[in-house]
Design a protein around this ligand. Sequence first.
Ligand SMILES: O=P(O)(O)OC[C@H]1O[C@](O)(CO)[C@@H](O)[C@@H]1O
Length: 474
Amino acid sequence: MKKQVSPSIVIDYTGMMSSAQNPKGFKKEELLGLQNELDQAQTALSSLRDSGKLDFSKLLDPMKAQLSMIVEYADNVVSKYDNFVVLGIGGSALGPLAVHQALNHYYYNELPSEKRSYRPRLYVMDNIDPVRFNELLQILDPRKTLFNVISKSGNTSETMAQFLIVRNTLRRVCGESYAEHIVVTTDKEKGNLLPIVLKEGYQRFVIPAGIGGRFSELTPVGLLAAAICGIDVHQLLEGALAMDQWIRDSKGVYSNPAQLRAALAHLSGQRGKNISVFMPYADGLKTMADWYAQLWAESLGKRFDRQGRVLHVGQTPVKALGVTDQHSQVQLYVEGPDDKVITFVTVDKFKETREIPMDLELPEDIQFLSGRTLEELLYAEQKATEYALTLAGRQHQKLILPTLDAYNVGQLLLLLEWETAYMGELLNINAFDQPGVEEGKNGTYALMGRKGYEARKKEIEEYGEVRYVLDGMI
Ligand SMILES: O=P(O)(O)OC[C@H]1O[C@](O)(CO)[C@@H](O)[C@@H]1O
């Protein structure tokens, strides 16, 4: 008997399919034509999961057992600190940021303490721009701040640099108790951060070995920051588990949401749509687009297939925001090259409503706004954009969240993670590594003088001895 995941995200893929307005859309049979490959993908992913190589899914349930520890720690520290600062980059920052923005008050940090239930403000320092870094430290009192250093590898230069600066400041300001202001989330056994953690006695949370950074939001990476802000982390996991089960238990492209989304992405890629636009119509989901961009780009942008043949695949993810980008990007989406497939993300019921005041004196041409709501305007704009794209023969689909709450955000995260895994199978690539990033990391080590990288340093310094530069000399 079929079970309903409730309340469930709805995937409306009408705009991808052939219709009177857009005959260029896919026919139902085209998706069914991928079913064999999707079935093979499902079998392959299921054995990967059984063998501990798909832990973003497998460890979801066990993560529930760790939640009480995370929540207990969070509840114990919240009254001691005014600020909670995540230090991390990539998957160690984008997830915490996305969930924070989706589920907390949009101006959470500006709220008076009682409106935050006396919980700390949350900052996510995901870069090493010296101005931003200094300016953050200028506005925070280190004595009232808890820093969460997050690094799966424990080796990332940016995060280590942030950590070293903060540790120095804390030592100077807080003296012997400095270690109480640092909590580290990293691998259980590996990395350069771990020996320091063990030596200096910081509170520690573990990122499971089999979960890569961009798949790690529903581990202590994201759950701790969420629990600190009072987000319902149980519901976040419940939503994720419901989606996980839906995807693992359902068969066939027209039943399985990850198969459907991956199949649509794959077919559109084959038609030369090399760009995947992620366009939420909710400001709370703006940074979800950043999280999705890393997931899609690092997982699927690959030079080789699994047999080592050169492919150079991967759709470029583009982050957009409705309705803001209707006044910036949509012209290009409607009339520019037909190389994009657009995913709208909408919220059926916003947690707030706002009426536009009734004013019968208004000039006739803006009377239509009078007495309506901002959500009505937003929905109308989204639908109108969809229609304009359809008329222009552009493909699009929509993920509809019933509400923007922890349960549905958990579902959304898992859906996007699973469809990425499926897409990796369809492309016959390894979706879980990122060799292209390593080159840059090694180059940085070399240029910064890390031991063992001397030859690389020489190589980089000698590269481009002839330079082409326009420098304003006249
Ligand atoms: O959590 P870590 O190991 O510090 O890595 C941060 C990010 O760097 C990358 O390795 C490369 O961008 C990402 O995959 C990862 O999310």
